[in-house]
Design a protein around this ligand. Structure first.
Ligand SMILES: C[S@@+](CC[C@H](N)C(=O)[O-])C[C@H]1O[C@@H](n2cnc3c(N)ncnc32)[C@H](O)[C@@H]1O
Ligand code: SF4
Length: 368
């Protein structure tokens, strides 16, 4: 059977962070949430008919803030998935959670639902910075929440950090990482701040009111992160992702390896049977019609598929097979990049050098 990854977008947040452009809304009351979950379940059921040859290897609740909504909604979505899809015996089931939206009881309930991986958006452990970027939690609360998740039985926890924040110093990065390393999560994602147009930071940037670290300092932050995490035993298995051995994100790896995936909910993207489609970003429109309501829908050509195999594959540090560079122009480009010291050849394998990795980190701005 072919492998399938499922992504569920939960677009609700308690408060909008100043840097965030993900589809998410602050709402009051349960009615909209109830309607949304019904719509997601409808889309989940619809695609089950088309997924008979597949088995689900991972399920990922992302957002927005999936931990913001009541556990009963997550339970309902998981019930609909398990009743309609074939699932491997031990699927990876991840839920993104924000410190400040979960307590021990909620975490225990997630565990009972067989959610086996939690990803906490911590971003920084500097209280002033947390406030400046619009987070709802303090550093102390983030650490407490991490410990609660451990107590609830989670042995696969990921933490997110953002570097390059306004007024962030190298010391802040060092301190945050030292704390992270003490907590010893299994996985750490590190994102370089991207200024998005339709955000508070986007507006402030345009008005020249944002004091961002220089490019050199941002690079230094990135090297510090790499060095510290390497010393602490983390493997950088992808441009932005570090993990202890055996704890690579299975779900994200399936994107980079170009397995089929289905995305449910507003703005969720899918790549299924070599058709790529993205659901509408319009909340009301999605609730009214969650099926075949796309903002983008394209059949991938062989050329697109072949070049994606290289581009996505090179995000992973293990690299790709040289056979993928079968076109003359790609062979030429490969040799040029090797000559420039950005790619390296080891036997039949092509992968990023440290210099290539550094550049890719600046270029690959989207994170999944
Ligand atoms: C979409 S958020 C969802 C997780 C959760 N709601 C949270 O905030 O913790 C996933 C991660 O993307 C990262 N992120 C979001 N916007 C970003 C931006 N403009 N630049 C860099 N990283 C960003 C943050 O690290 C965040 O934890
Ligand atoms: S970063 Fe997370 S919590 Fe903040 S607005 Fe975006 S999705 Fe919501």
């Amino acid at each position: 059977m072919r492998k399938l990854a499922l992504y569920l977008h939960i677009p609700f947040c308690k408060q909008k962070c100043k840097y965030c452009d993900f589809t998410s809304f602050c709402i009051n009351g349960e009615t909209k949430i109830e309607k949304y979950v019904e719509a997601i379940c409808e889309q989940v059921k619809y695609y089950a008919q088309k997924s008979k040859d597949f088995e689900v290897t991972s399920i990922y609740f992302g957002g927005g803030t999936p931990s913001f909504i009541d556990v009963r909604y997550i339970k309902e979505i998981l019930r609909v998935i398990s009743e309609n899809y074939s699932i491997i015996e031990n699927p990876e089931i991840t839920l993104e959670a924000n410190p400040g939206t979960v307590d021990f009881k909620k975490l225990k309930k997630y565990k009972e639902l067989n959610i086996n991986r939690i990803s906490f958006g911590v971003q920084t452990l500097n209280d002033e910075l947390l406030k400046e970027i619009g987070r709802i939690h303090t550093a102390k609360e983030a650490i407490e929440t991490f410990n609660l998740a451990r107590d609830a039985g989670f042995n696969n926890i990921s933490l997110d950090i953002i570097f390059g924040l306004p007024n962030q110093t190298l010391k802040d990065i060092e301190d945050t990482l030292d704390e992270f390393i003490k907590l010893s999560p299994e996985h750490i994602s590190t994102y370089s701040l991207k200024i998005e147009e339709n955000t508070v930071f986007g507006r402030l940037y345009k008005e020249h009111k944002l004091k961002l670290p220089s490019e050199e300092l941002e690079r230094e932050m990135y090297y510090t992160i790499k060095e510290k995490l390497k010393k602490a035993g983390y493997i950088q298995y992808e441009i932005s992702n570090f993990a202890k051995a055996g704890y690579y994100s299975r779900h994200n790896t399936s994107y980079w390896e170009r397995q089929d995936y289905l995305g449910f909910g507003v703005s969720a993207a899918s790549c299924f049977n070599e058709v790529r489609f993205t659901n509408t970003e319009d909340f009301e429109s999605y609730i009214g019609n969650p099926i075949n309501n796309f903002s983008e829908n394209e059949m991938l050509t062989k050329d697109m598929i072949d070049s994606e195999k290289i581009i996505l594959g090179l995000r992973m540090l293990k690299g790709v097979d040289e056979d993928l560079f079968f076109k003359d122009e790609w062979k030429e480009a490969l040799q040029k990049l090797i000559n420039k010291g950005l790619l390296k050849r080891e036997g039949e394998n092509i992968s990023l050098t440290d210099k290539g990795l550094d550049l890719a980190n600046q270029v690959f701005v989207e994170f999944i």
